[in-house]
Design a protein around this ligand. Structure first.
Ligand SMILES: [Zn+2]
Length: 270
């Protein structure tokens, strides 16, 4: 596992180069991405995949504000990790602690993400699976002979080790594998802190909608950017929750406008 970029909940540290003044003096809510590169079912499978394309690495630190956006992962040729826009992305929901408006907010966040990226999402129903840093990206007994679907849920910090709580309101863990035409995102998790309830919707203030947009954008390959007008700024803001121009440029660059990007199937013991 690559720790990548992580906003430490204990210190409340901002990313290097970030403005030092807090935008939320009363309620500091940090958004974080924990990135995981090519989590294999076996080391053998990982070595086999490495032969498919250049090694994938997590991008260190947020992108400069002038860049507009940055990817979560790139390979040695600088190509960003993407999902295949020509195949729907399946997701399951851990609904054990979902807030009243959670499903509505999730549906709306995915609708906005689809509009901006051209990616499509398919609800595969609820799951009793709990998010975990050690979640396998391939679980044939639970999900069949394919990559495990995106796992989305609101979960209290005490029942998961992914790092929500203590000021970290959301986490995204993504799984990328190398490929000849660039790295592929194949699975992931989006986790919101059920122990610290936020306002529902996408209006002004700190909302579940804003956290969902941010973490789901991580899940499709966007990294942080040092521009507080973008959703991918690593801290929530008081503004309306909507993707900014940089976010949209990044989502287009990773989404349907960039063309199909077939995902390699999971390989086990090969
Ligand atoms: Zn983040």
């Amino acid at each position: 596992m690559h720790p990548g970029y992580f906003v430490a909940p204990s210190s409340g540290a901002l990313p290097p180069g970030a403005p030092r003044t807090s935008r939320l003096p009363l309620l500091l809510v940090l958004l974080a991405a924990l990135v995981v590169v090519a989590v294999p079912t076996t080391m053998l499978a990982q070595r086999a995949r490495a032969a498919d394309g250049p090694e994938v690495r997590a991008v260190e630190g947020p992108a400069a504000a002038a860049a507009g956006w940055g990817p979560t992962y790139v390979d040695a040729k600088g190509r960003p990790a993407r999902w295949d826009p020509c195949s729907p992305i399946g997701y399951v929901v851990q609904a054990g602690w979902i807030p009243d408006a959670g499903r509505r907010d999730l549906t709306e966040a995915l609708r906005r993400l689809s509009l901006a990226s051209g990616l499509s999402f398919v609800d595969e129903g609820d799951t009793d699976e709990l998010p975990s840093q050690l979640r396998s990206s391939y679980q044939p007994a639970r999900y069949g002979e394919r990559w495990a679907p995106l796992l989305i849920g609101w979960v209290p910090p005490g029942v998961t080790d992914v790092g929500v709580g203590g000021g970290v309101q959301g986490m995204s863990l993504s799984y990328a594998v190398p490929g000849r035409t660039g790295p592929s995102l194949v699975s992931g998790q989006v986790v919101l802190d059920a122990g610290n309830r936020l306002a529902a919707g996408f209006g002004p203030g700190t909302t579940d909608g804003e956290v969902l947009l941010h973490e789901l954008a991580h899940a499709v390959g966007l990294g942080h950017v040092l521009d507080p007008t973008q959703v991918m700024y690593p801290q929530t803001t008081h503004s309306e929750s909507e993707f900014g121009a940089g976010d949209r440029a990044g989502l287009a660059a990773l989404g349907a406008p960039a063309g199909c990007h077939p995902v390699p199937p999971p390989r086990v013991n090969s």
